[in-house]
Write a new protein. Structure first.
Length: 384
C-alpha cells in the first residue's frame, strides 16, 4: 500500500500529526519500535498553551490541574496564583497511548515493534524499511524523539544540541501528593544554571533537575534537591530516569526532500523550562498544514519555512531569556518575589499569555522598576 505519509515515532508529535492527517482523509502509517503503552521519561507537564493548541479533549489522561506555583530559592519561597489553569499534569505512558488511539480511530494504521532501519530520501515513493517490513509513502515524518534514528540516517549526527535533565519518581503518601494536587514547585536554586521541580501526580511525585547549559554532577544535584524538600527526603521507593532535552536545532535543518523532522527529533524544545510537548504538538500541526497545502506534491522548503516563521523566533528568545535568568538565579528569584508584574510575566510563559520575545523585552525594559520594588515577605520552603 502506498501511504500519503509514513510517521516514524508515536510520541506526541508523531501521533498528533497522524491524527491531523488521517482525520482529513490522508492515508497514514505510524511505525514505532515500542509497543504501547510504554514508559517515557518526562515531567509530564502540559502547559495551558499546549491544552489550547491540541484539537482533542485530553481530560481522560489529565491527573491534576495546576492553578499556581511555589517559586523557591535557598530555602525561601513565594506562591503565585496563575489566574486559572496554568498547566495540567499527565503521565507520558497514558498521554502517548491516548494520542495514538485517537490517530488510529481517525484512520491511521499503527505498526508496533517496527524500528526504523533505512530510507532513501531521494526515492519516489519513499521506501521506509523497518524491522517488521517495508512501508511506502510519499512523505516521511520523523518524530522518533531526541535520539532520532531517521535524523541520524538522513540528516547526519550534528543536528541537535541537548540539555540534561534527571527526574525521580517518588512514591509518596496521599497527603504529600495532595499538597501538589493543584500546584507545582519550581526551585530556581535547584540546579546551577537551571532549576528543580516537583510535580504532583495521582500516586507519586515527579521531581527533577534540569540544566539549560550543561551543568555537571546532575545526579548529585538531584540528590541535594531531594534532600532539601521534606516531602521528598528519605523516601525509600525512588525510580530515577535521565533524559536529554533537545533545546536547539544547531544546523537549522528541518527537512530533506520529503523527509521532515518533527518535535524532539527536530530539536524543538524551549530552553527556559525545557518544555517540549507544546512544541512537538505545534510542529505536528505545521507539518500537517504544509502537507495539505502542497496537495501531495513536493513543496520544497515549505514546512521548514513554517517552522522558522512560527517557532524559531520564540525559541531563540527563550534561549536568550534562559541565558539571562540562569546566569543570575538569585536575582531572578528576588525580582519575582518583589514584583507581581514579574510573576505574571513568568507564569504567562506557561499559560501562553506571554511570548518569549515579549517576556525578554519586558524583563529588560522594566529592570530599573524591579530594582526599586520593596522586598516582600517570603515563606520558608520547608512549610510547603
Amino acid at each position: 500500500m502506498l501511504h500519503d505519509v509514513v510517521v516514524v515515532g508515536a510520541g506526541p508529535a508523531g501521533s498528533y500529526a497522524a491524527y491531523l492527517l488521517a482525520k482529513r482523509g490522508a492515508a497514514v502509517a505510524i511505525a514505532d519500535k515500542a509497543r504501547f503503552p510504554r514508559d517515557k521519561p518526562c515531567g509530564g507537564a502540559l502547559s495551558r498553551k499546549a491544552l489550547d493548541l491540541v484539537e482533542l479533549d485530553l481530560s481522560p489522561v489529565i491527573q491534576t490541574r495546576v492553578a499556581g506555583a511555589w517559586l523557591t530559592f535557598g530555602g525561601r519561597a513565594v506562591y503565585r496564583e496563575a489566574g486559572g489553569v496554568a498547566a495540567a499534569m499527565t503521565v507520558r505512558a497514558e498521554l502517548d497511548a491516548f494520542l495514538l488511539e485517537r490517530a488510529v480511530a481517525a484512520g491511521a494504521r499503527f505498526h508496533p515493534g517496527a524500528a526504523f532501519v533505512d530510507v532513501d530520501p531521494g526515492a519516489e515513493p519513499l521506501r521506509v524499511v523497518t524491522t517488521r517490513g517495508e512501508l511506502r509513502g510519499r512523505y516521511l515524518f520523523a518524530a522518533d524523539g531526541v535520539a532520532s534514528a531517521v535524523r541520524a540516517h538522513v540528516f547526519g549526527s550534528r543536528v541537535v544540541d541537548y540539555a540534561p535533565a534527571l527526574e525521580a519518581l517518588v512514591a509518596a503518601p496521599p497527603a504529600a501528593c495532595a499538597r501538589f494536587a493543584d500546584r507545582v514547585l519550581l526551585d530556581l536554586g535547584g540546579m546551577p544554571r537551571g532549576y528543580g521541580w516537583i510535580f504532583g501526580k495521582r500516586d507519586h511525585l515527579n521531581a527533577g533537575v534540569y540544566s539549560a547549559f550543561g551543568a555537571s554532577g546532575i545526579r548529585a544535584q538531584l540528590a541535594a534537591f531531594l534532600a532539601r524538600h521534606p516531602g521528598l527526603a528519605g523516601r525509600a521507593r525512588i525510580r530515577y530516569l535521565g533524559h536529554p532535552i533537545p533545546v536547539r536545532n544547531a544546523s537549522g535543518t528541518f527537512e530533506r526532500g520529503r523527509v521532515w523532522l518533527l518535535g524532539d527529533a527536530a530539536g524543538l524544545a524551549e530552553t527556559v523550562l525545557g518544555e517540549g510537548i507544546y512544541f512537538a504538538l505545534q510542529s505536528a500541526a505545521l507539518a500537517a498544514g504544509a502537507f495539505f497545502a502542497a496537495g501531495g506534491a513536493v513543496a520544497e522548503g515549505d514546512y521548514a519555512r513554517r517552522v522558522r516563521r512560527e517557532m524559531l523566533p520564540g525559541l531563540a528568545a527563550a534561549e536568550r531569556l534562559a541565558r539571562l535568568c540562569y546566569a543570575h538565579q538569585r536575582f531572578v528569584f528576588e525580582r519575582i518575589a518583589r514584583s507581581p508584574y514579574a510573576s505574571r510575566l513568568f507564569l504567562g510563559l506557561v499559560t501562553g499569555e506571554v511570548g518569549y520575545r515579549e517576556c525578554f523585552a519586558k524583563a529588560i525594559a522594566t529592570l530599573p522598576g524591579w530594582l526599586a520594588q520593596p522586598r516582600l515577605p517570603t515563606a520558608e520552603a520547608a512549610a510547603i
